[in-house]
Write a protein that binds this ligand. Structure first.
Ligand code: GYE
Length: 306
């Protein structure tokens, strides 16, 4: 009854769980795979999904969440584009008694009990994995290693955490220096443009650390356009593990990819069902992930699911 209507009393009370989901956008291969996984899993679970794409704007997400509250959906899930600025709308959801599940990215909040659980990767650990690869790679050299960093969206959890985890590890040895670090917004075009700028202001870049594959792939275009060999003249570390990045790794253009799994749909639907039923769920649910290097790329490529 109430479930399918989509009117002001669209949610709660019907048999079908109505899930409002606010997605960040469609900025990367990771995100596309994540959206697909969420849509497919909602369908498989028999939920009614109300899906909203925020085009990477926080105000669009806040608007979508308010609209879900007004519709009276059963559960709200969202992937917060940035970490801060959510308190008001989260308090509104709490006041409406609608459970909230954070997916993929975390929030910073001073409020208690404004979300049930956070399902997502450990981005600090991903940054550390990137740093550990680099420390290993240069273990036999005392020379300075000059690094440029393509950061994800400013203020987003993965950008903050991947920066911090990486800095923590390379900070143990003075020879590593991040000579430039800038926001490429997790997009190919962002990566391409910022890398071009890096290349025009520095002629001695040893390593690129890109916070995601799309930016790394965009940067490769700029590196090649500058007459340099990606993976050789400039070593490239990336995060996510989309197929295109594995292809680039098999081609020798990316050196290492730290995996970040976007296929969160099944776990998310499981958590949604539980919070809807009022069951206890862990406050934090992490995703298991690996690290892949060039020698594994060819063999791993056909196994990649995103
Ligand atoms: O790494 C990037 C995407 O939040 C983990 O967002 C996600 C990140 C992912 O745009 O490709």
């Amino acid at each position: 009854s109430e479930g399918a209507g989509g009117g002001a009393e669209g949610g709660g009370g019907g048999d079908t769980i109505v899930l409002g989901f606010s997605q960040v956008g469609a900025e990367s291969g990771w995100r596309t795979a994540n959206t697909k996984s969420i849509k497919q899993s909602a369908e498989d679970a028999g939920f009614e999904l109300r899906f909203s794409d925020a085009q990477q704007q926080q105000e669009n997400q806040i608007q979508a969440i308010r609209s879900f509250i007004q519709q009276g959906v059963d559960v709200i899930a969202f992937s917060p584009v940035v970490e801060s600025g959510w308190d008001t709308v989260l308090v509104e959801a709490r006041a409406a008694d609608i459970p909230v599940v954070l997916t993929d990215r975390a929030v910073e909040t001073d409020e208690d009990d404004v979300y049930e659980t956070f399902l997502g990767s450990d981005f600090v650990e991903e940054g550390r994995k990137a740093g550990r690869w680099l420390v290993d790679e240069y273990a036999d050299s005392d020379e300075e290693v000059r690094i440029v960093e393509l950061q994800g969206t400013t203020g987003s959890a993965p950008a903050n955490d991947r920066r911090d985890g990486f800095a923590e590890i390379i900070g143990e040895d003075d020879k590593f220096e991040v000579i430039a670090s800038q926001d490429g917004d997790f997009t190919r075009s962002g990566g391409q443009e910022v890398m071009q700028a890096f290349l025009s202001s520095h002629d001695d870049i040893d390593v690129l650390y890109a916070h995601n594959d799309d930016m790394a792939l965009g940067a490769i275009e700029s590196i090649e356009a500058a007459g340099l060999e990606p993976g050789e003249d400039i070593k490239i570390i990336s995060v996510d593990g989309i197929k295109d990045a594995f292809q680039a790794m098999a081609d020798g253009k990316i050196n290492v990819v730290v995996e970040c799994n976007p296929l969160l749909g099944p776990q998310l639907m499981d958590l949604v069902e539980k919070v809807h039923a009022g069951e206890e769920v862990p406050e934090r649910v992490k995703v298991e992930e690996g690290v892949f290097t060039q020698d594994q790329a060819e063999e791993e490529l056909p196994n990649r699911k995103y």
